[in-house]
Design a protein around this ligand. Structure first.
Ligand SMILES: NC(=O)C1=CN([C@@H]2O[C@H](COP(=O)(O)OP(=O)(O)OC[C@H]3O[C@@H](n4cnc5c(N)ncnc54)[C@H](O)[C@@H]3O)[C@@H](O)[C@H]2O)C=CC1
Ligand SMILES: O=P(O)(O)OC[C@H]1O[C@](O)(CO)[C@@H](O)[C@@H]1O
Length: 467
């Protein structure tokens, strides 16, 4: 079968390079480059991205063999409709491997059309390596490579960039800027360079949300048969997306994502949006994964299609999560409905066991802040979250399902379960697990004991029906 190349795309228009993108992975290609494509199609941007492969091994060769073309398959539900679409992306101009093309990389500094820098180098990428130097070709870390590029740009007396990292770490833009400034100090790049960095560049924090399963290993041949060509870097993604960017509204002039109708929010403070995502998407994931596994269910979709569990999920959203988040209720209701639709994605096959990895820390980050808020404002226990907490303690006994977590956490639960009479008090009172003494919450110990007893005698389905 023919490989996807320019020959397959007639009248391919080359757009000027306007974006430097660190990271050629699945997420960036189905998120940022897909958005460039949407803007280009509407004649709003007329720009392409030059992609920098951040580590020595990567997809450059595969992409180059396809003239940097690839397909994005969007699969899922949107506004009640099944979306199963494919589109060839023409928004990547070329891929630079700085390990073999260091000079070409540095020359990007001289291109005036380049205005925007984006990145996703995984959670490990925004890191400081003390050994990195200005003379290295290239330095190891992504922030060090970026510092070299910015310094070249400064030396040419040109304007700076809008820099929007997409890594899934809190306050990614601040962290990236902090490390770049650290290199500027380490490498003695001078006060004027630091002033240029501060005044001519806009580092934005951003929060991305789109589930991108990536290359469809099991069904690739079906895709090729349907497409009529082979695409070794085809990427599947859900139709839903949100990009929350913390920065000045003016960035939308250079980067008209919103004008193209994309779900992009530019705000002065992204905290509520981060909370919205963590508590309304990842929170229900965690609560349902704990309880539904005890009832023998295995995927998010199965939970959402089960009438009893669906009621539980709806109640969790409506009674306990939405009222505790500091954003307009109408906005939260819309977001919650979108999340439920995403949970029902028939293409996703999202395993509860995958979500359940490291459940204790996930419970702390995703549910406990809302749990505390509920107790403080309502002076009562949130029943749905309390049931999930009880199920967590029971599952970590290890006889019904095998918990996967840090070995110290597993050991803590094993030890506590040696005495079933005291296990609830021991676990809830363990500040190392929760960051607080949960036995101090009025009635919690008694309720969790009752819930565990019901889980043991009647099962998870009966417990959630009581919520
Ligand atoms: N796939 C998804 O559904 C979503 C993924 N994310 C996040 O995006 C990140 C990337 O995900 P994918 O694109 O799916 O993975 P991927 O494996 O396709 O791409 C990883 C990218 O990160 C780069 N990279 C890896 N380690 C690095 C390091 N130490 N320093 C610099 N660069 C490094 C690689 O060169 C590659 O460009 C992940 O951290 C993930 O948490 C965020 C939202 C959704
Ligand atoms: O299964 P979890 O850990 O709740 O995460 C669900 C998904 O949400 C996302 O944050 C969506 O953007 C992805 O990173 C992740 O795949």
């Amino acid at each position: 079968m023919t490989l996807l190349t320019k020959k397959i795309v007639p009248n391919l228009e080359c757009q000027p390079e306007r974006v430097i993108q660190f990271g050629e992975g699945n997420f960036m290609r189905a998120f940022v480059d897909w958005q460039l494509q949407q803007m280009n199609q509407q004649g709003l941007f007329n720009g392409s991205s030059v992609v920098v492969q951040p580590i020595e091994q990567g997809l450059k060769d595969l992409l180059d063999a396809q003239d940097d073309l690839y397909t994005v398959a969007l699969q899922g539900l949107q506004n009640g409709e099944v979306i199963d679409s494919v589109e060839i992306m023409t928004s990547v101009s070329r891929v630079i491997n700085p390990y073999t093309q260091w000079q070409a990389y540095k020359e990007l500094a001289s291109q005036d059309d380049l205005e925007i820098i984006v990145s996703n180098t995984t959670e490990a990428g925004i890191a400081y390596h003390k050994e990195d130097s200005l003379a290295a070709m290239p330095p190891k870390s992504f922030p060090a490579k970026l510092t070299v590029l910015l310094h070249e740009r400064y030396k040419l007396g040109k304007k700076g960039f809008i820099i929007i990292p997409c890594e899934l770490i809190d306050r990614n833009g601040d962290k990236l800027k902090e490390i770049v400034l650290q290199y500027a100090t380490d490498w003695a790049l001078g006060h004027d360079f630091v002033t240029w960095l501060e005044t001519q560049n806009t580092f934005c924090c951003s929060l991305v949300d789109r589930i991108v399963p990536g290359f469809p290993r099991d069904t690739a041949q079906d895709f090729y048969d349907k497409l009529g060509y082979e695409d070794k870097v085809l990427v599947t993604a859900e139709p839903f997306m949100v990009w929350v960017i913390e920065g000045p509204q003016t960035i939308m002039t250079a980067f008209p994502l919103q004008k193209a109708g994309l779900n992009v929010i530019v705000t002065e403070d992204m905290t509520p949006y981060r909370e919205r995502k963590v508590h309304l998407l990842n929170g229900p994931h965690t609560a349902m994964s704990i309880l539904a596994r005890l009832a023998g269910l295995d995927t998010v979709e199965a939970v959402m299609k089960d009438l009893d569990f669906r009621k539980y999920v709806d109640g969790l959203f409506t009674d306990e999560l939405i009222p505790m988040i500091d954003l307009p209720i109408s906005e939260l209701v819309v977001f919650a409905e979108q999340v439920k639709e995403r949970f029902l994605n028939p293409f996703a096959n999202h395993q509860l066991s995958a979500i359940a990895l490291n459940t204790v820390s996930k419970f702390v980050a995703r549910l406990l802040p809302v749990f505390n808020q509920y107790v403080d404002t309502k002076n009562a226990l949130p029943k749905h979250m309390t049931a999930a907490l009880a199920a967590l303690i029971l599952s970590y006994r290890g006889d019904k399902i095998v918990p996967q977590d840090d070995e110290n956490i597993i050991a803590t639960f094993n030890k506590a379960w040696e005495d079933p009479e005291t296990v609830v008090v021991t676990i809830l009172g363990n500040v190392d697990l929760w960051g607080q003494d949960l036995t101090a919450i009025s009635d919690l110990v008694a309720q969790v004991k009752k819930d565990i007893a019901l889980l043991e005698t009647a099962g998870a389905r009966v417990l959630i029906k009581k919520c």
